[in-house]
Design a protein around this ligand. Structure first.
Ligand SMILES: Cc1ncc(COP(=O)(O)O)c(C=O)c1O
Length: 405
């Protein structure tokens, strides 16, 4: 697990200050520093402790249902007539998305640290549901901050969290979406430092979160390497994943960063278009500081954070994990974007051609597969991360397609 990496590896970041090049770092209130340092220490110890590693492996198998399959999408492949398309089936995990991989790691860490009160932020509700689930499983108090607008548009997930015993706190500040929920969670953490563990849902926030969440999600790419070897006897030629904060994407990408033959694509949400309302922090933003780290952000001329827009509530975060910002600048990963309309089309195509209803988030990745796959030769192996299932999106999609349920 902790084999030393080559000094010039793309995988050796962040540095001791939590930076990936000029990105990342730790921009937090002084009162939080002791907690952040305690967390960093606890994580370093835990990842080197065979008991922690074994406990996580056991829950991955028996509770989450890992390994998730790497599935050859024969009909999609035929449909596009180019690359051989494989789907990494993260939507089959318990709770329906990749979010649970990270929450499991953090909750086991919280238990080791003796923290009994867990707080989290959520946008679409998938991270909130995963956190509420693991808190129920381990008998921990769970408080989920959620923008009031998201509370209204993700009602089924709010109800799920309550069923699981969590308290959902609607956040009324700002635009009442994910950014505001994260502000509120950070405020809670500063106030309740002694008792509380903050379970962040993506590769954002102050160091060590971006690296820690990446490590927990890297199980996606590690399994993919092994499964592709078994299926085809070699590495894939390309990887594609959607990018909100960037956790499912970095989880798939990270184990392949040092394999130059593997092309890597992240897909951001272009909303109504990059010249209109969107949530593409890299393609349409610039570097700044938010939520404890420096990264690409959506900002106006005065440096004020702008609200992101996407058809998908899981992609409308106005920032992106700092490691992605670095991977973009050094050119190792290519960041594309897909509009709401393109994602909606891919959502329907995937459902009809493969019998799998994808989350609107990963429908963005599928939209770019539709563009890239036909341009590749038939022996090109392409892996798409299917980060979640679309059950949660069915009412929204029905409405957009003019169907009354
Ligand atoms: C299914 C699914 N995919 C992707 C995302 C985006 O998050 P990330 O970029 O951290 O993977 C979300 C966020 O809620 C999600 O629910």
């Amino acid at each position: 697990m902790n084999a030393p990496l080559k000094p010039n590896s793309f995988r050796s970041g962040p540095d001791e200050n939590g930076r990936f090049g000029i990105y990342g770092g730790r921009f937090v209130a002084e009162t939080l520093m002791p907690n952040i340092l305690e967390l960093e220490r606890a994580y370093r110890e835990a990842r080197n402790d065979p008991a922690y590693v074994a406990e996580m492996a056991s829950h991955r198998t028996h509770y989450i249902g890992r390994p998730s399959p790497l599935y050859f999408a024969e009909r999609l492949t035929e449909h596009f007539g180019g690359a051989k398309i494989y789907l990494k089936r993260e939507e089959l995990n318990h709770t329906g998305s990749h979010k649970v991989n990270n929450v499991l790691g953090q909750i086991l860490l919280a238990r080791r640290m003796g923290k009994k009160r867990i707080i989290a932020e959520t946008g679409a509700g998938q991270h909130g549901v995963a956190t509420a689930t693991l808190c129920a499983r381990f008998g921990l108090e769970c408080i989920v901050y959620m923008g009031a607008v998201d509370v209204a548009r993700q009602a089924p997930n709010v109800f799920r969290m309550k069923m699981l015993g969590a308290t959902v706190v609607p956040v009324q500040s700002g635009a009442k979406t994910l950014k505001d929920a994260m502000n509120e969670a950070l405020r809670d953490w500063v106030t309740n430092v002694e008792t509380t563990f903050y379970c962040i849902g993506t590769v954002a926030g102050p160091h060590p979160y971006p690296a820690m969440v990446r490590d927990f999600q890297s199980v996606i790419g590690e399994e993919t390497r092994q499964q592709m070897q078994e299926a085809e006897g070699r590495l894939p030629d390309s990887l594609i994943a959607c990018v909100g904060g960037g956790s499912n994407a970095i989880g798939l990408f990270h184990p392949f960063l040092d394999d130059p033959s593997v092309e890597i694509y992240g897909v951001e949400a272009a909303g109504h278009g990059l010249d209109k309302l969107h949530a593409a922090s890299i393609s349409g933003g610039k570097p700044g500081v938010l939520h404890g780290n420096r990264t690409y952000l959506l900002m106006d001329e005065d440096g004020q954070i702008q609200e992101g827009h996407s058809i998908s509530a899981g992609l409308d975060y106005p920032g992106i994990g700092p490691e992605h910002s670095w991977l973009n600048d050094i050119g190792r990963v290519t960041y594309l974007s897909a509009t709401d309309d393109e994602a909606l089309e891919a959502f329907q195509l995937m459902s009809k051609v493969e019998g799998i209803i994808p989350a609107l988030e990963c429908a963005h990745a599928m939209a770019k597969v539709a563009e890239l796959a036909p341009t590749k030769p038939k022996d090109h192996l392409m892996v798409v991360n299917l980060s979640g299932r679309g059950d949660k999106d069915v009412p929204q999609v029905a409405e957009m397609l003019g169907t009354k349920l």
